[in-house]
Design a protein around this ligand. Structure first.
Ligand code: HPA
Ligand code: ZN
Length: 349
């Protein structure tokens, strides 16, 4: 199934989408770092529970520190905040809090990322991390009917050998995750660096995604496609630098998991009005909307959709197509996607 075969009949298609309409659309979230959903309030609770001194005096002070100039300025704080996550219950509470937002916003399916190396490098067992996350995802399915597929990300500023070690540590838990991804500092860490470990993940039957073309050049998008054999590109917005790449992504219907609020907070674009997501949509690329790191970038999935309506005049028709793309681009099976698309059609009438 590809996004191009989906046709939706939308009532008042050219009206700018309002929040009520956007919330009612069944949506999948495909680019969400669980560690990036750690709200300052929960960070303080976990710090207290675990007897950790935070370098911040208050939630307000934390929020003031979230004033980023680029990806690295964010990552430095993001890794520091993750230090409060120590026990299986901490990872459960983190994931559960995220799922409650999903439930409130009409999200029917999530494929969240986690960064095991951020935790194992601090001496935390990978089983502690995976078990806590998985237990919450299972409860999310039970309580809210939200389905999920967890994705293990390698940190690209570390070596491929370290990625291999992580994959080996994770192997006993393989039934708890569906794929691998690649995140952290992009520039200077091209996809080729991880070609072997992605090939091994493929042999293990895992799906593959990678961050590419967030701050890095179009060549990194090409590298992710050609060396890592990915099934989705995370971000990918820098494809606008290359007509040939936009044509390729359109022809292959390669999904891009775009994160509008992230891109403006990390200064990929100065202002949301400059964001190219709707132009890419109109060219027929399979773009999707996602929150990336909602606790750091000022909003969850619905806030990303409403920002597009507010600053780019996103119509109901465009919003419905973006939601449809997210369902189609997920790793769910085709019969599940068909059922979601019928639900989506109803929400558009
Ligand atoms: N880019 C790269 N690494 C990340 C991101 C991102 O947007 N969020 C969390 N880790
Ligand atoms: Zn990301």
């Amino acid at each position: 199934m590809t996004a191009q075969t989906v046709s939706l009949q939308v009532t008042r298609p050219d009206d700018v989408a309002d929040e009520h309409f956007l919330k009612a659309l069944p949506k999948a979230e495909l680019h969400l770092h669980l560690e990036g959903s750690l709200e300052p309030e929960l960070m303080f609770q976990l710090a207290e529970r675990n007897g950790i001194d935070l370098p911040y005096a208050s939630v307000e002070e934390v929020k003031k520190a979230y004033d980023f100039t680029n990806l690295q300025s964010f990552l430095d704080i993001y890794y520091q905040c993750a230090d409060v996550l120590r026990t299986e219950q901490d990872f459960y509470d983190l994931t559960w809090a995220y799922l409650q937002h999903c439930h409130d916003e009409g999200v029917v399916h999530v494929e969240p990322f986690f960064d095991p190396q951020t935790h194992t490098d601090r001496g935390i067992d990978i089983g502690t991390v995976i078990n806590g996350i998985t237990r919450a995802l299972d409860d999310g399915q039970q309580a809210f009917g939200i389905s999920s597929g967890l994705i293990l990300c390698f940190l690209r500023h570390l070596s491929e050998d370290e990625a291999f070690a992580t994959l080996n540590q994770a192997e006993p838990y393989i039934k708890h995750f569906i794929g691998v991804g690649l995140d952290s500092s992009e520039v200077g860490n091209p996809p080729e660096k991880f070609a072997e470990v992605f090939a091994e993940a493929r042999r293990m039957g895992l799906k593959r995604v990678a961050h590419a073309g967030e701050e890095g050049p179009v060549a990194y998008i090409e590298g992710a496609l050609d060396y890592l054999d990915v099934q989705r590109i995370d971000h990918g917005v820098r494809c606008t630098d290359s007509e040939a790449m936009m044509k390729r992504l359109q022809a292959e219907q390669m999904p891009l998991t775009v994160c509008p609020l992230s891109n403006t907070r990390l200064k990929v674009y100065e202002h949301m009005s400059q964001h190219p997501i709707l132009q890419l949509l109109e060219r027929g690329l399979c773009v999707t909307v996602n929150a990336d790191d909602p606790a750091f970038f000022g909003g969850y999935l619905l806030a990303n959709y409403t920002a597009l309506a507010e600053h780019l005049g996103m119509t109901r028709q465009q919003a419905a197509r973006l939601a449809g793309n997210s369902l189609v681009a997920s790793f769910a099976d085709d019969s599940t996607k068909e059922a979601w698309l019928q639900q989506l059609q109803k929400a558009c009438e």
